[in-house]
Ligand binder design. Structure first.
Ligand SMILES: NC(=O)c1ccc[n+]([C@@H]2O[C@H](COP(=O)([O-])OP(=O)(O)OC[C@H]3O[C@@H](n4cnc5c(N)ncnc54)[C@H](OP(=O)(O)O)[C@@H]3O)[C@@H](O)[C@H]2O)c1
Length: 258
């Protein structure tokens, strides 16, 4: 097929699931993550299973200034057109904002917002020149509400949703699409990394499978959907919070997150 997808945060959870889905669909892959050994292991697994080409780029911290530019330099050096960009890398941090590490909050904004925006900017131009391309930005159901105890994370995902929807509208009469994927809780390393172990909510809810969410994201992206919310319960929640007063939503979210 000769199409290439670039996936950030490809070595775990949803990113790895995206890599499997795109490989299954015959895409060549450019996988970006922090750990070269994990990238090599994933590349081996994917190429054994499918006749696809996999290139990898390990970047110690995709949140650091200049990281997006390094990714772009890599694809230019490899003379590879990015037909699909999946901005997946991201993390959260659980706890009261005042007690959190400011460095961690800023790193989160840098990764979830700045790097996503920069990569979208740099790959959108060539996609428009070719009048063909797809951008899949991983937001969250968190994008639809304020999130006490994960305040920065929810706010970063609100940015991703708003930015992606606006971009999808600007791109309407072009061959390029932008999709915001808004998963509910999904069974990945995200929750441990965010430190949610002390919250009763996260030990009691059910989690979607990353493979199901990635497959749903792929299909929605191919259909040119601006916003894609996997799972009936998650869709219901996203729509319900729009109808309720914001004070009800933020207080209910706080009560649940504690
Ligand atoms: N899991 C959920 O319930 C859920 C729900 C809605 C949205 N999401 C979103 O889905 C996306 C993927 O998360 P996940 O659930 O798959 O979590 P995950 O298993 O923790 O994977 C996150 C990925 O991002 C990478 N990453 C984190 N910080 C990084 C950094 N500073 N530089 C480079 N890479 C970094 C991780 O790399 P390492 O392997 O090197 O740590 C990993 O590959 C995130 O944007 C998250 O916000 C998740």
């Amino acid at each position: 097929m000769g199409k290439t997808v670039l996936i950030t945060g490809a070595t775990g959870g949803l990113g790895e699931a995206f890599a499997r889905v795109f490989a299954h669909e015959g895409y060549d892959l450019l996988l970006v993550a922090r750990d070269q050994q994990k990238l090599d292991a994933l590349a081996r697994l994917l190429t054994v299973a499918r006749p696809v080409e996999v290139k990898t780029l390990a970047i110690p911290d995709l949140a650091s200034p200049g990281a997006a530019a390094r990714v772009v330099e890599f694809t230019e050096r490899e003379h590879t057109d990015v037909d699909v960009l999946v901005n997946n890398a991201g993390f959260g941090d659980y706890g009261p904002f005042a007690e959190s590490s400011l460095d961690r909050q800023v790193e989160m904004i840098d990764l979830n917002v700045r790097t996503l925006t920069e990569l979208t900017y740099w790959y959108l131009g060539p996609m428009l020149d070719r009048d063909e391309g797809r951008i899949l930005n991983v937001a969250s159901v968190a994008a639809f509400m304020p999130g006490p105890l994960m305040s920065t994370y929810f706010a970063t995902k609100a940015y991703v949703l708003s930015f992606s929807e606006a971009l999808a509208t600007e791109l309407k009469h072009t061959g390029v699409t932008c999709t915001a994927l808004c998963p509910g809780p999904t069974s990945t390393g995200f929750w441990n990394a965010a430190g949610t172990q002390t919250s009763s909510l996260f030990s009691s809810i059910s989690y979607a499978s990353p493979d199901d969410v990635a497959r749903f994201g792929f299909i929605s992206m191919m259909n040119g959907r601006a916003v894609a919310i996997p799972g009936a319960g998650t869709r219901l929640l996203a729509h319900a919070v729009r109808l309720l007063p914001r004070s009800v939503v933020r207080n209910a979210t706080y009560a649940l997150m504690k």
